[in-house]
Design a protein around this ligand. Sequence first.
Ligand code: NAD
Length: 361
Amino acid sequence: MPNILILGGDGIGPEIMTEAKRVLSCFQNELSFTFIEKPIGGAAIDTHGSPFPKETEEAALQADAVLLGAVGGAKWDGLPLAERPEKGLLAIRKTLGLYANLRPLTIWPQLVGFSPLRPERLKDVSFVIVRELTGDVYFGEPRGFKEENGQRSAFNTMIYTEEEIRRIAKVAFDLARKRNKRVCSIDKSNVLESMRLWREIVENTHREYPDIALSHLYVDNASMQIIRQPSSFDVMLTPNMFGDILSDEAAVLSGSLGLLPSASLGGQSALYEPIHGSAPDIAGRGLANPIGMILSVAMMLDHSFHRPDLALKIQKAVSTVLDAGLRTADFWNEGTEKVSTSQMGSAIEKEITSDIVGVRK
Ligand code: NAD
């Protein structure tokens, strides 16, 4: 019986998680899973004094898959970096060995008019960002603040080992084999030693994948090409920090940051979360778009439970609801129907249920 760990987190996290659970419950007969809920992030700081309490860590290590909402908020912004809610996120990735973050970008045809790009620029756009998740400047040591001669300075270390680069490059090349066989690796090897090593190891690893076309872009150029020629990408391989930034930029092409799911893989279990943060500016008002969270459930059914058929039911239901013109506030425009977080979730649930009932009949 699959055991799913639910981590709502902060801000809009618990609101969108309610909708994810609602959707997941549609498949109780197919999968008979159990949920366990635990605190993470700011909520865990408030109740347990730590953003990643021991009981959450133990539950994560026992879970078959983890669903995460989002963490963070102004209430905890004054804490030292090592005690902030975001530390919980980094800690769970490290604990579970989740070094590969997959962020697929889908352009829903119903939303083309809502993207900031002209419709002709969005033709044939479909790519996946494969972001390295447990290395780079976010984890590199030494890091910290120091004071010399009355002047404060702060420093971080952008560091990658050969093995860290090789294993994420393999994820990108293997994924490209299932897609259009193109990998574009992003770096800044013209100025950074860690990125020189990145390019060298990506090229070495590529020798095992002669069927895949490999290209390279500096990150500044990549950020421009995402807007100029997004259809040129198939699999985009990135170090941790560049992937963090580029995936928010890419998300905007789809119409809203709230639409995009992600999967973090590499350990014995995987973690699924929308790519956005806790959106404190809209929390608690029923304004959050739950679709990125709900599509993260679809990624979980596909990758962790090997049920692409069920994942497809969720994607079809989302598409039908978009066809019907339902929109949360973040991607609403004239002529469409503005709905709340829970109305969006229940419309998607209704579509899935009628699909399942239709099949069972
Ligand atoms: P954010 O992603 O939370 O929000 C950016 C903008 O997008 C905001 O205007 C927000 O209202 C909007 N938005 C995001 N998700 C949305 C959704 N589902 N529906 C509708 N609108 C949505 O980024 P931020 O404002 O830079 O960060 C807020 C907090 O989240 C910070 O504490 C940050 O550290 C944290 N954060 C957490 C994660 C995570 O948990 N994985 C990721 C990024 C940021």
